[in-house]
Design a protein around this ligand. Structure first.
Ligand code: PGA
Length: 246
């Protein structure tokens, strides 16, 4: 596990964008899985900037959504397909035919999970998995619980995740209570993983991840301890409870 701490979210996001674009330059048909939420916004903006400067070409990349709220379609402004469309696809030369996302309106969501797991591997394993982390330690939408899934599956969102995501809706009651997500196995099979966490609200979670070399299913991010190529890029606020980084 490699840790990179930067003074600001902006600096950390720039480094993350550079990390991803370096991989893209090495392999133009990169398999890339992207998160949503507030965390990746600056990094995605930086990726757009690199494209505009002629330093990134997304035309051959295969880009995957890692999760989606159940019941939100591709055009819903708070849906996660829409998020990537809005922040990256519409502003770069991403080939929409090479973008993949859950159909969270499917009437048979279990079949949808199986289908998406197959789609996820159709171009080979993920080269880069870019993750955020919830204050409850969730990665993608793998919530704290006793048993975790390897493949795509349905999740009930924790109350912590619901209230954290309420900022994107009018109120907490509008946040969908279920999501469809890639599983822990799909994350761990990726060749490289990069994780961002920003702000004081993530500091306690990051401290736990840093100080406890354990697998704790109640803190799903600890599964990342099993991965051999994990880079954690955070700002100083997220690192503020770790003595070594003060
Ligand atoms: P956030 O969400 O980026 O909005 O903090 C992180 C997550 O839930 O994974």
């Amino acid at each position: 596990m490699k840790w990179e701490i930067y003074k600001t979210l902006e600096e950390a996001s720039k480094k993350t964008a550079q990390y991803i674009v370096n991989e893209l330059n090495l392999k133009p048909n990169l398999n890339l899985c992207l998160p949503t939420g507030s965390t990746p916004i600056n990094c995605l903006n930086e990726m757009v900037k690199l494209y505009e400067e002629g330093k990134a070409d997304f035309s051959k990349a295969n880009i995957y959504n890692m999760d989606e709220y159940v019941g939100l379609g591709k055009t819903h402004p708070e849906g996660y397909y829409y998020f990537l469309q809005n922040h990256l696809y519409s502003k770069t030369n991403v080939d929409l035919a090479k973008t993949y996302s859950f159909d969270a309106l499917d009437v048979d969501l279990n079949k949808q999970c199986k289908d998406y797991t197959n789609i996820f591997y159709k171009n080979g394993v993920m080269d880069v998995m870019y993750l955020g982390i919830g204050t409850d330690g969730h990665i993608a939408f793998n919530m704290p619980k006793e048993i975790h899934y390897l493949n795509a599956h349905l999740e009930n969102l924790s109350s912590e995740a619901l209230s954290a995501n309420a900022k994107f809706f009018n109120n907490v009651d509008e946040v969908p209570t279920q999501a469809i997500t890639i599983g822990i196995g799909m994350i761990l099979k990726s060749k490289r993983i990069v994780l961002n966490a920003f702000g004081k609200s993530k500091a306690e979670t990051i401290k736990q991840l840093y100080e406890n070399p354990v697998i704790d299913p109640q803190l799903p991010a600890t599964f990342l301890n099993l991965h051999e190529d994990l880079t954690i890029i955070i700002d100083k606020d997220a690192a503020s409870l770790i003595n070594e980084f003060k």
